[in-house]
Design a protein around this ligand. Structure first.
Ligand code: UD1
Length: 413
């Protein structure tokens, strides 16, 4: 069996961290999200992969090449215009049954395997109970058979979401040809599946048993980082100086150094060539990329900090995502809790969205610099290449390529 992975999308809800890469390339614990997906697929015995690529495809192709390094055979199909998941799958044109996965969804190997091994009908779909079904394709199931599938329903249909993992027979290609544009203006695979149901085909729904994350929003990216970190074992390839306290699991990459006086509460991931400390406090579910610097009196918690970024002195970063090549001036602080303790809101595609989290920090793009004593309020975003002058308090989102300075009136006596 071959696997088709849909990786052409841009991930606008994750801006600004996706301004320079497709969301399937977002690093999670040292590997792009897509690599975690490919490793799980490979464990099922599937070796031949078709990657549907589009946005920033060069970076995907550069990284995975022909797949030989992962023990896979990868072929690429370019989706020139993003017209929806049905159009993307339709490009694969296969004549035997095949597995399909969304390239932005983490599914465990056990669940993929279970769906592949139990595929006996025209289509098998992985489903998952969710709290907010209106954000998904929702599936109505009777005795294990899918009776209806409704994309992003406005009224409650069921709390079982389509998890974005399917095994299709070639019958799906006929249904894709008959698929009309949805009210969202896309050719959606859920419409094609609905056509198969109307034509009397048997569609099986299998509930996933393990944690599943769809990396749509920044807070889902943090959740996925947590899921992967939780499953890791300690591996120390770098140097740990004397008087460092380590509790829980830690992965420390080659040539990295944890300097004296540092306190680490795992699970924590630290990439290669990174220096932490002296006297830093790294709390659980933090992932630090390669070639980062985290210095004296810096506290990091539940955050993703990407390659070549420095948080060198007297800073706090919690529940946040920081891009590549950033530099935080001494005293830069991130707020992650509202004073009224209500859930934090974040602007996603111009809409103020409830993150559902009591604690959520900021999202910062690549190449951002902050001056001394910058404060970033909870739920705020700073676009790539922006510079924030000393003493600025970030109460609103800052677009990319912006230089923000604070005006102050001084009284001279
Ligand atoms: C999709 C499903 C939804 C399901 C959810 C699970 C559709 C129409 N909806 O919604 O039923 O509950 O996943 O997470 O499929 N992509 C392409 N080309 C395109 C469009 C998308 O390659 O033209 C890729 C994206 O890069 C992404 C995946 O397909 O990896 C899913 O697309 P996305 O638009 O995120 O779908 P959802 O709204 O999450």
């Amino acid at each position: 069996m071959k696997a088709v992975i849909l990786a052409a999308g841009r991930g606008t809800r994750l801006e600004p961290v996706t301004s320079d890469m497709s969301k399937c390339m977002l690093p999670i614990v040292g590997k792009p999200l897509l690599e975690h997906i490919l490793n799980s697929v490979k464990k099922t015995g599937i070796k031949e992969i078709i990657l549907i690529v589009g946005y920033k495809k060069e970076k995907i192709i550069d990284h995975f090449n022909d797949g030989a390094k992962l023990g896979l055979k990868i072929n690429y199909i370019e989706q020139k215009e993003m017209k929806g998941t049905a159009q993307a799958i339709g490009l694969a044109k296969l004549d035997t049954d095949f597995l399909v996965l969304n390239g932005d969804t983490l599914v465990s190997f056990e669940d993929i395997n279970n769906i592949v091994k139990n595929h006996k009908t025209a289509t098998t779909i992985g489903v998952m109970k969710v709290e907010n079904p209106s954000n998904y394709g929702v599936v109505k199931i009777e005795n294990g058979n899918v009776k209806a599938i409704v994309e992003k329903p406005k009224k409650f249909v069921s709390n079982l979401a389509n998890a974005g993992i399917y095994v299709f027979s070639p019958k799906i290609f006929e249904a894709i040809k008959k698929t009309k544009k949805s009210e969202r203006g896309e050719y959606e695979i859920t419409t094609s599946i609905e056509i198969l149901i109307e034509e009397g085909e048997k569609i099986k729904g299998i509930e996933l048993k393990n944690k599943w994350s769809d990396i749509g929003n920044p807070w889902n990216y943090l959740d996925s980082n947590n899921t992967i970190l939780r499953a890791m074992d300690t591996k120390i390839e770098g140097i740990v100086e004397e008087n460092v306290q380590i509790k829980g699991t830690i992965i420390l990459g080659k040539n990295s150094v944890i300097k004296s006086g540092t306190y680490i509460e795992g699970p924590v991931y630290i990439g290669e060539d990174t220096v932490v400390g002296p006297n830093a406090f790294i709390r659980s579910f933090t992932s630090l990329g390669n070639n980062c610097r985290v210095g004296n009196a810096v506290e990091l918690k539940n955050s993703i900090i990407n390659d070549n970024t420095n948080v060198p002195h007297l800073s706090y970063v919690g529940d946040s995502i920081i891009g590549k090549n950033c530099n935080f001036g001494a005293g830069t602080l991130v707020g992650n809790l509202r004073l009224d303790e209500k859930s934090v809101k974040m602007r996603i595609k111009d809409e103020l969205t409830d993150t559902g989290r009591r604690k959520m920090g900021c999202v910062v793009g690549d190449n951002v610099k902050t001056g001394l004593n910058v404060m970033i309020n909870s739920g705020r975003k700073i676009g790539s290449n922006s510079m924030i002058g000393p003493g600025v308090v970030i109460y609103q989102d800052i677009p990319k390529d912006t230089f923000v300075v604070k005006k102050q009136e001084l009284e001279m006596r």
